[in-house]
Every structure is written in structure tokens, then in C-alpha cells.
Design a protein around this ligand. Structure first.
Ligand SMILES: Nc1nc2c(ncn2[C@@H]2O[C@H](COP(=O)(O)OP(=O)(O)OP(=O)(O)O)[C@@H](O)[C@H]2O)c(=O)[nH]1
Ligand SMILES: [Mg+2]
Length: 493
């Protein structure tokens, strides 16, 4: 793995505007980049962003200006095509001199009218700007503006990920969580752990290098500190994946025997005919998914093929396999049965065999029979039963209310308050886990703690732990990690 960047001595100071690695004084990029930063398509306004040393040159040449506009003040200017010499549009123009800009470089924004023709001509005009000698003006790559913001110390990786989540957020909870992360909530935790580990490491290294001159008994001081970090990290990992669930959506699976009304329920929840409904048993073959916003939470509902034991149809068999797999992965399972069926007892093995702890038996077609006492066998007495009718709509809203309550109380929990920030990505989880493993090896192995490892060998684990936690924020970064993080962005972000 190739390592480079802001490692070892470069401390990242707290506070939003100060997270600049000490050695970064100016941008390391010589190219000036430009892109449409708002969504593609027709709109009232489109923002074209330019970043780099020639951002000012772009404004001077395109708007025929003698001097740059005042910093961060919007002015109305004519944008003129450098070759055709014709007016492309009248735009609101802004200039943000470095370092107080999104990327930390000189940035210009052209707020033009949002039509295909205006955007196309503006981008073309930018491509024709004459840069300072030896420099280039070119279209931006995917996520390149944000990558520059990161490289220039304006954001750390967790804040970059928060920004990506904010751009992708669809529900209120997703927006709130992303905003928190983008404001440095996670970064502060990881930085404080890293600082503690670094001080442990510094002390251990001092003992190794100047053993005779350093009071080795003081080495014992770092053991409780490392132990405390391990405990805090373990608590951090035990978050029930709440942050990841908010981000990717709660998984709700609808399973049950053929013809029970699973697809009808999906359509009721989605309020549109997302899945085919028919009286023919075995209509649904594959998993059909829809996204719902339930009380500000993102929920991914999966309708599945009807489960039955006897079928020679290989496609149906595959559908059934997928149905079980969907149920296994789900956070909540709705086991739909037909309340009017006499043989329902036989169908309940589906609910019985579902390992998921959060399940509800949904007795559909209550319009045909009403609530039936004894519908559910004794072995499933603990599983709640809810009667609904997809035909009349009875019971659907109470079912939705109950689902919302389960999600808020049991799955996502109360995300407000000053508790530890939630992990939002598997990437964070892996590095924190690797950090814990290394710290535990250090603690167990260290001679000063009754282990068998000499200090210089045990300290290597401390070094690994410090590096792992730095990988979350990007203080120590590796090219592959960056590629994964920035690939989430589109061009212009
Ligand atoms: N009377 C009545 N009929 C219903 C109700 N819900 C669904 N049906 C009917 O039951 C039949 C089966 O409905 P689907 O939603 O396709 O059932 P499914 O469980 O998805 O079936 P498969 O995809 O074959 O597993 C259709 O004819 C629906 O119109 C209900 O609440 N009351
Ligand atoms: Mg179906």
C-alpha cells in the first residue's frame, strides 16, 4: 500500500475553519477545474463552479472585467463567449479568494439561467479561457471539488462522507444525521482517540529510545489510557448499526404463502401499483422493492414470492430462495397470511421459521371473515397479530403507525441528545475494529502488563492502532480509501 500525506506530526486542530494540516499552505493542484454544480436538466438557475489558480482569470476574461469583483459579493454580469464574442447569458457572478472558499482555492461561481443551451455555451466559453502560462483549465472529474477541499485541509474524510450523505439524503432523519457528520461530530471523537493514542505512542517510543533516562514505571500510565480508549471504542461499535440503518434505510420484508395478499400490501404501503396482483398463486417471482418515508425514516420494503413447499417450477424455487434470504436480512418481517383460509395453521410455519426477532403476523383479507380467534397457533403466541384488509384499507394505517413506533423505539432509537455519534459506514467500523484488535494485542502482550512481548515489539501494535483510527478521518490516508470515498460524488461536487 502506498502511503503519503498528512501523517505523523501534522496535528489537525479542532474547530471548523482550522482543520488545516500544518504544512498545507496552498493548493497542491495546478489545474483549474470547472463543472456544472447543480443538477442536470432544465431549471430556473444553474450554478457553474470554477476552482483553481485561474478561477479569477476565468471571470476577468468571460465577463470582460478589468479587476476581480469584490470577494463573496454577488454582481450581475454579461458572460461573453471568448470566440464568438456574443453574450451567452446575464449571470450572477461570485468570487471567493483562497483560502476562504469551499475548496480552499480561488473559486468562482457563475449563476446562469438553467437551460441546456446556456449551460452548454457557458461550459464551452470556460474551455476557451486563456490560462496563465504553464497552467490548464479543464472540466472537473467526479468529486474533484470536494477532493480538493479535503486535500487542502478544509474537511476531513468523515465530513466529506457527511456531505455525500447530505446530497443523497431523502428523509428528515437522513438529512439530520448527514448534517451532524458534515459538521465534524464524528471527526471530533476520532481525533480525540487518536490524540490519546499518539501520546501513548510517544511515551512508549521515548522509553524504547531513551530507556535509561526515562522513568519506566511511568509506562504503566499509558496502560489505563489505552484500556479506556478500547472500552469507549467498543461502546461506539455497539450502536446496533443505527447510523447505517438511518443512512441506507430500514429493511422491511413481506413474506408469506402464495395468494395471501403480500403484493397487495406492498401496493397499499407504496400507494401505487408497484407489484402485480392477481388471484393466480405464484404471481410474484422476484423480489420487488419500494422506498418509503415513514415518519422521516427511510424504509425499503421488499415484496417476495409466495412460499410453498411443493413446486417443480425452478423459477419459483429460486423466488422462494430469494424470499427467505430477504427475510433473513430484514430488520422487520411482516408474515402475511390469508385470514379467510381454513388451513392457516399450516401456513404459520413461515412465521415460525423466520429467525428475525421483529416480526408481525399480518392477517389479510379480514373483510371476508373479520377477526378470527384461534387463527394463530400456540407456538406463535408471542408474535403480534394484526388484522388488515388490503381491499377496504382497514388496518393499514394502524399497521403503519406500529411500524413507525418499532423503528423509532427499537431499531433506530432516539438519535437526539449528546450521545456518541453513530457509525454511518462499514469502513469506519472496520478501522475501529482493527484499532481495538491492535490495542488489545498491545495491552495483553506488553511486558509491563504481565505479557511476554518486549516493549519495542508491543509498541508496533500501538502504531497500527493509531494508524487505523487516522484512516477513518484521512489524517493518514491511502489511495484506495480516498477512491472509495470520492467515487460517491458526481461531477461538479
Ligand atoms: N377479499 C380480499 N381480497 C384480497 C385482499 N388482498 C388481496 N386480495 C386478493 O388476493 C389475491 C392475491 O393477491 P396478491 O397480492 O397478488 O397476493 P400475493 O400474496 O402477492 O400472491 P403471490 O405473489 O402469488 O405469492 C388477489 O386476487 C387480490 O385481489 C383483501 O384484503 N381482501
Ligand atoms: Mg405477489
Amino acid at each position: 500500500m502506498r502511503m503519503y500525506g498528512f501523517c505523523s506530526g501534522a496535528l489537525w486542530k479542532g474547530g471548523k475553519t482550522k482543520i488545516r494540516p500544518s504544512h498545507v499552505t496552498m493548493s497542491m493542484y495546478s489545474d483549474t477545474i470547472y463543472a456544472l454544480s447543480t443538477g442536470v436538466g432544465r431549471a430556473g438557475v444553474a450554478v457553474v463552479r470554477v476552482s483553481g489558480a485561474d478561477a479569477g482569470t476565468c471571470l476577468l476574461q468571460l465577463c470582460s472585467l478589468e479587476k476581480l469583483p469584490a470577494a463573496r459579493k454577488a454582481t450581475l454580469r454579461k458572460v461573453i463567449h471568448p470566440k464568438a464574442k456574443e453574450v451567452v447569458d446575464e449571470a450572477l457572478v461570485l468570487y471567493f479568494p483562497q483560502p476562504r472558499s469551499f475548496t480552499g482555492e480561488d473559486v468562482a461561481e457563475l449563476h446562469v439561467h438553467g437551460s441546456y443551451a446556456v449551460i452548454k455555451s457557458t461550459l464551452e466559453a470556460l474551455s476557451l479561457v486563456d490560462p496563465e502560462q504553464g497552467r490548464r483549465i479543464r472540466p472537473a472529474e467526479r468529486g474533484e471539488f470536494t477532493r480538493r477541499a479535503f486535500e487542502n485541509g478544509r474537511m476531513d474524510l468523515t465530513e466529506v462522507e457527511g456531505l455525500a450523505d447530505l446530497i443523497a439524503s431523502e428523509t428528515t432523519e437522513q438529512r439530520k444525521q448527514a448534517l451532524k457528520q458534515m459538521s465534524g461530530h464524528l471527526r471530533q471523537y476520532y481525533e480525540s482517540w487518536r490524540e490519546q493514542l499518539k501520546s501513548c505512542l510517544a511515551f512508549a517510543e521515548a522509553v524504547i529510545d531513551f530507556g535509561e533516562d526515562v522513568d519506566e514505571s511511568a509506562l504503566l500510565e499509558i496502560l489505563p489510557k489505552a484500556t479506556e480508549v478500547v472500552e469507549e471504542m467498543k461502546t461506539h461499535l455497539k450502536d446496533g448499526r443505527r447510523g447505517e440503518i438511518v443512512r441506507s434505510g430500514v429493511k422491511l420484508a413481506i413474506i408469506g404463502p402464495p395468494n395471501a395478499g403480500k403484493s397487495s400490501l406492498l401496493n397499499e404501503l407504496a400507494r401505487r401499483p408497484a407489484a402485480i396482483v392477481s388471484p393466480i398463486a405464484g404471481t410474484t417471482r422476484d423480489v420487488v422493492q419500494v422506498n418509503l418515508d415513514l415518519g422521516g425514516m427511510s424504509v425499503v420494503v421488499s415484496d417476495t414470492a409466495g412460499i410453498r413447499t411443493q413446486t417443480d417450477d425452478v423459477i419459483e424455487q429460486e423466488g422462494i430462495r430469494r424470499a427467505w434470504a430477504t427475510a433473513e436480512e430484514a430488520d422487520i418481517v411482516l408474515c402475511v397470511v390469508d385470514a379467510s383460509e381454513q388451513s392457516n395453521d399450516g401456513n404459520q410455519w413461515i412465521a415460525n421459521d423466520t429467525v428475525n426477532t421483529r416480526k408481525i403476523i399480518v392477517a389479510n383479507k379480514a373483510d371476508l371473515v373479520g377477526e378470527q380467534k384461534g387463527l394463530i397457533s400456540r407456538s406463535l403466541q408471542d408474535v403480534p397479530v394484526r388484522y388488515i384488509s388490503c381491499k377496504t384499507g382497514d388496518g393499514i394505517q394502524p399497521l403503519l403507525d406500529e411500524l413507525e413506533k418499532i423503528i423509532k423505539d427499537a431499531i433506530v432509537g432516539d438519535t437526539k441528545g449528546k450521545e456518541m455519534p453513530l457509525i454511518t459506514r462499514q469502513r469506519h467500523r472496520q478501522h475501529v475494529q482493527a484499532c481495538i484488535t491492535a490495542l488489545e494485542t498491545f495491552l495483553e502482550g506488553c511486558e509491563a502488563n504481565g505479557g511476554t512481548l518486549p516493549l519495542d515489539i508491543a509498541t508496533e501494535e500501538l502504531r497500527i492502532a493509531t494508524k487505523e483510527i487516522g484512516l477513518v478521518t484521512g489524517i493518514v490516508h491511502v489511495e484506495e480509501v480516498l477512491d472509495v470515498v470520492f467515487s460517491e460524488f458526481c461531477i461538479g461536487k
